[in-house]
Design a protein around this ligand. Structure first.
Ligand code: PGA
Length: 254
């Protein structure tokens, strides 16, 4: 099973790592570095911290980088103090919404039910949902079962899902030194692809995230459509190099 037909997608989640100045100078350097990259070769998105979304949208207005939110409310509007309206984010110019990141599930108690409602809210507001899926278990058979359950739970009742991004992130590979092995990533991404096809989801891309960085995509490009980057993208030159590497690998395998 190969991912050859899908467009390459590389995303960055800045979490809450960078302050205002660091974020904006990262963005300036990244946009300059990406300058010569052909839009036809790759789709790129950045998820900055929420208070900086407006400024990031201004800085990326005519660039390759789409902007998204790290989290959205399941509600469009109303009495939900402190929540991030998907409707407003879309009106501002955001294109993506991250849903169900491991940190949201564990630190903020997001349930499968809430995640499913957020996916619906995202599609309803024309934001592309990036849904994080990843097992707790390191044992292959339970990992497969966990991932299947998460996929089915997230996607089964969705209507009008125009486009879906799955970020496969085994929880034990987040924030550590090395990503999961290529063999493991390939097995799990092939499984995710076949589950989505089985559920008749037509327009999807699968990313791998979890300590992803340079040198990884080469080994997983047959099952993944791109990378979801965290800490390894904090140096903008490294980020641009990773994007360029992914483009060359994708081109070589077409
Ligand atoms: P990391 O983060 O690459 O820094 O491990 C990945 C993620 O949590 O999406």
């Amino acid at each position: 099973m190969t991912s050859g037909a899908n467009k390459l997608l590389v995303g960055v989640n800045l979490k809450m790592y960078m302050d205002r100045e660091q974020t904006l100078s990262w963005l300036d350097a990244a946009v300059t570095g990406l300058g010569s990259i052909d839009k036809d070769d790759v789709e790129l998105f950045l998820l900055p911290a929420l208070p900086l979304i407006s400024q990031c949208l201004e800085k990326t207005f005519s660039s390759q980088l789409a902007i998204g939110a790290q989290n959205i409310s399941e509600h469009d509007s109303g009495a939900f103090t402190g929540e991030n309206s998907p409707q407003l984010l879309a009106q501002m110019g955001c294109e993506y919404a991250l849903i169900g990141h491991h940190e949201r599930r564990t630190l903020f108690g997001e349930s499968d039910d809430v995640i499913s409602q957020k996916i619906a809210a995202s599609s309803r507001n024309n934001l592309i949902p990036i849904v994080c899926i990843g097992e707790l278990s390191k044992e292959e058979k339970s990992a497969e079962a966990e991932v299947k359950t998460q996929i089915r739970g997230a996607v089964k009742d969705q209507k009008n899902l125009k486009k879906l991004v799955i970020a496969y992130e085994p929880t034990w590979a987040i924030g550590v030194e090395h990503p999961a092995s290529a063999e493991h990533i390939n097995t799990m991404c092939a499984l995710i692809r076949s589950e989505l096809e089985d559920m008749k989801i037509e327009n999807f891309q699968i990313l791998y995230g979890g300590s992803a960085g340079e040198g990884l995509f080469e080994m997983i490009s047959q099952t993944c459509d791109g990378l979801f980057l965290g800490r390894r993208s904090h140096n903008p030159q490294t980020y641009v190099a990773i994007v360029q590497e992914c483009i060359s690998i994708k081109a070589a395998h077409l």
